[in-house]
Design a protein around this ligand. Sequence first.
Ligand SMILES: [Zn+2]
Length: 280
Amino acid sequence: MSESESRITFWSKNDLKCPVCNSEFRREELLTGRGRLIAGELTGELRRLYEPSQKYGDVCPLVYPVTVCPSCYYAAFSQDFDRIPEGVIGKVSSESETRRSQIEKIFPQLDFTDNRRLQEGVASYFLAIACYEHFPSHMTPTIKRGISSLRAAWICNDLHRKFPNENYDYLSKIFYHKAQFFYGLAVEFEQEGKESLADVPHLGPDLDKNYVHDGVFYLSGLLEFRYGDKTDPEMRKKRLEFAKRAVARLFGMGKASKSKPSALLDNARELYEQMASEAT
Ligand SMILES: [Zn+2]
């Protein structure tokens, strides 16, 4: 078997130009088809798992969607990368070294010019979370930071399975807490009309399917239930009530349909019951 037959990615033919630092680089893209991805089960967090194939081994598609400039560590989802507003460039540029030193404390040997590993995958989302902080509301940065945090937590779980003694489970928890915060905020902003979820073409949370805003409401409930602050019982009760209402809205609206697949409805019902039993 030649190397080209067993590869899972390719490098973009044309150079990309970083809108922040003007350096040029190529982007690694995932090849699909030919049995590279064998879909497995869908988790309660709406993550699609993949079975390793004999020919291609373990493939984690989530490692590739964020474009990262290897020079200044500006990172954004590929469709946003060139759309960074003029007024944001200065801020993202000035924090370049901060981003680099923060992520290198966790992963000292990152290399975005070579094939991405799970480590670069987590790092790409970490950098995107940092850069989206400066994006304006009309580009819906909050849910993008939420999706990035959730995916980073997932990839940390993968890393923990591979390297059980490296504390990746701890890192995963940190990202779950971030996800909980940003999903909660995104739902709030949606309801206040501040950031519209309808403006995001793919809300995932994974790549295989778009669960649109229903998925966001469901996950905000799930994350609040699992990772929300439990120190103040009164506050906890209030927040759980809010989360329960968001989840109940999903299955309160009738039967499964294209936009409300049964997997989501079943998960939502189950979650609602769990929440209700904690509340009593
Ligand atoms: Zn750059």
